[in-house]
Design a protein around this ligand. Structure first.
Ligand code: NI
Ligand code: MN
Length: 230
């Protein structure tokens, strides 16, 4: 599967010919000002929670592309109220089979409220099973023990983990999380977008390398092929 990074927690992933977009926050992200939002393709947009650095451009992209929004119930209801009709509303622990793979909503420890004050329900992460490999997108979260469930019962080939600290896990907690989920390939997210969450790239990568793990810190706009291998 081909992964493209659009900054902060926004990734575009091509799976089975479908375009899956996660947490598109591009407008307002200084680091991603060179990204042309009108060129981003989406069949599905997965939203981890209601904060604007995750909902961001999703409404505009959904309206332009007709993409289906996937998220927790309260997030889905908010999108329906904005006039989006293709919405799949789920809740923690539940799965839904799509044409690109199976999406399971998993626990995230964080908060969730839209900019307009609407409560966004529970924040979530996604565990996604596909024929091209399985992966975990943690969303915004603290390190938590439920991650061990993925390590025990799932087969996480690679994972997107927040590493910026202040609002989510930092690098050290993400390293522990990678052990909980039994995964050696981690793609960092939720760092560098604002001054408060700037990280030292070399130090962060070293911490993972010292444990025989790999931390990928993608450049905004970069594409990376992730193969279905251990
Ligand atoms: Ni958040
Ligand atoms: Mn966030």
């Amino acid at each position: 599967m081909l992964i493209t990074y659009y900054g902060h927690s926004c990734f575009h992933i091509q799976i089975q010919g479908k375009n899956i977009l996660f947490d598109p926050f591009i407008t307002g992200n200084q680091q991603a000002s060179h990204i042309n939002i009108s060129k981003i393709e989406a069949d599905y947009i997965l939203i981890s929670h209601a904060h604007n650095d995750h909902v961001g451009d999703s409404l505009a992209i959904a309206k332009r592309t007709g993409a289906t929004i996937i998220g927790i119930w309260e997030v889905g209801v908010w999108f329906e109220k904005q006039g989006i009709s293709n919405v799949v509303k789920m809740n923690i622990g539940g799965s839904w089979q799509f044409d690109f793979g199976k999406v399971k909503l998993v626990n995230a420890v964080h908060t969730s409220r839209f900019t307009d004050g609407t409560h966004g329900g529970q924040p979530c992460g996604f565990y996604i099973t596909t024929e091209e490999g399985n992966f975990y997108f943690a969303g915004d979260t603290a390190l938590h023990y439920d991650m061990k469930l993925l390590g025990k019962h799932a087969n996480v080939r690679f994972a997107f983990l927040p590493i910026g600290d202040v609002y989510t896990m930092d690098v050290d907690d993400a390293l522990i999380a990678s052990k909980y989920i039994k995964c050696d390939k981690i793609i960092g997210m939720h760092y560098d977008s604002f001054d408060l969450i700037k990280i030292d790239h070399a130090k962060a990568k070293d911490k993972f390398a010292n444990q025989d793990k790999k931390l990928y810190l993608m450049t905004i706009g970069e594409k990376m092929e992730m193969r279905n291998e251990k």
